[in-house]
Design a protein around this ligand. Structure first.
Ligand code: NAD
Length: 335
């Protein structure tokens, strides 16, 4: 017995094999694990579709404490299960798992991505994720002011981990005035010693008077308790599943705050890891990531033209691509 308890959700394969992370977490019960897998797999479908990738969406959640319950046999058992799906699902690193865990999965299946760059793989996806977010910030300014300049704007960054810390360096380099918060004191210390930033306690980041609120920590941070506190014109950041519910996307729209849909602006990480399937090419991944700016602007403009919240416009954009490509794939081609 390996002790493996996992749920693997495949949400949609219209555009190609489902790709998505392996999350290891101590869920309260099996139902919460199933909910998480289903929600995350849907997000992956929309993210891949929005980014123009030929992948569908999937997600694995492993029930267990990532600090104490990991073992070679557990991940190899998961690898064997993934292999039995014959390529319908491709695994990648996620919250609570690392490339070491992916190495064990790889011993049992080739349907896994996320090889370290030293071994010719795509490596850490965070730099490209941050790069995509920078482009997204420009797109928001173009929509609001017809000018992509970021210099002089105030930005409040929630969470300065892998993506947030890289982003902060770029924001400061672009002449932005940056305030940061993180629940981890050491992380804040490191970031504030490397770049000129203001620091606020983590529960005060929502109250910072700024142009852009940039969530780079957890999901669900845009909710009943936080939206009313925001003093910004734009919400744009790397975190996944930022809206606690669709109603929170409506609330931002009603408050006149421009929300950059998370799965559009943070797709750089997925673009990077997915590129491994074709034989990783850093330049190609970077080129694809640079398109996020235009895609986001298109989505924001569509929302503006239709007078709908941006999260809805993003869903429509992704669904339209799936519908159109799906129709092509339904045609019979002889031979
Ligand atoms: P990370 O774990 O390296 O960093 C997250 C940081 O947020 C940590 O420093 C943590 O201490 C901090 N944090 C947690 N709760 C907080 C709170 N309440 N207030 C302030 N800070 C808090 O993660 P990451 O890889 O940088 O990812 C950040 C977000 O971006 C996540 O939502 C992730 O799903 C998403 N994302 C990451 C990538 C990527 O390539 N790494 C790609 C797409 C999306």
């Amino acid at each position: 017995m390996t002790g493996l308890r996992a749920i693997l959700a495949i949400h949609d394969t219209t555009l190609g094999p489902a790709i998505g992370g392996v999350r290891m977490w101590q869920y309260e019960d099996e139902d919460s694990a199933i909910d998480d897998a289903l929600n995350l797999s849907r997000t992956m479908t929309y993210k891949a579709a929005g980014a123009g990738l030929n992948f569908g969406g999937g997600q694995t959640v492993v029930i267990g404490d990532p600090k104490t319950s990991k073992s070679e046999s557990l991940f190899r058992a998961l690898g064997r299960f993934i292999d039995s799906l014959g390529g319908r699902y491709i695994a990648a690193e996620g919250v609570g798992t690392s490339f070491h865990d992916m190495d064990f999965i790889r011993m049992e299946t080739r349907y896994v991505v996320g090889i370290p760059s030293a071994r010719g793989g795509s490596g850490d996806p965070s730099p490209l994720c941050a790069e995509g977010v920078m482009g997204g910030l420009e797109a928001c300014q173009v929509l609001l002011k017809n000018d992509a300049t970021l210099r002089g704007l105030k930005v409040a960054v929630q969470g300065v981990g892998r993506v947030g810390s890289i982003l902060v360096k770029s924001l400061v380099a672009r002449g932005m005035l940056v305030t940061v918060a993180d629940i981890d004191a050491e992380t804040v210390e490191r970031v504030s010693s490397e770049s000129r930033v203001d620091v606020v306690p983590s529960d005060e980041i929502y109250d910072v008077d700024c142009d852009i609120f940039c969530p780079c920590a957890l999901g669900g941070v845009l909710n009943d308790n936080t939206i009313g506190r925001l003093k910004c014109s734009v919400v744009a950041g790397a975190a996944n599943n930022q809206l606690a519910s669709d109603e929170d996307g409506d609330a931002l729209h009603e408050r006149g705050i421009l929300y950059a849909p998370d799965y559009i602006i943070n797709a750089g990480g997925l673009i990077n890891v997915a590129d491994e399937i074709y034989g990783y090419d850093a330049e190609r991944a970077r080129r694809k990531t640079s398109a996020i700016k235009d895609v986001l602007l298109k989505v924001l403009r569509a929302a503006q033209d239709k007078g709908i919240p941006t999260y809805k416009a993003a869903d429509e954009f992704a669904e339209q691509r799936m519908e159109q490509v799906g129709r092509v794939r339904r045609s019979y081609v002889s031979g």
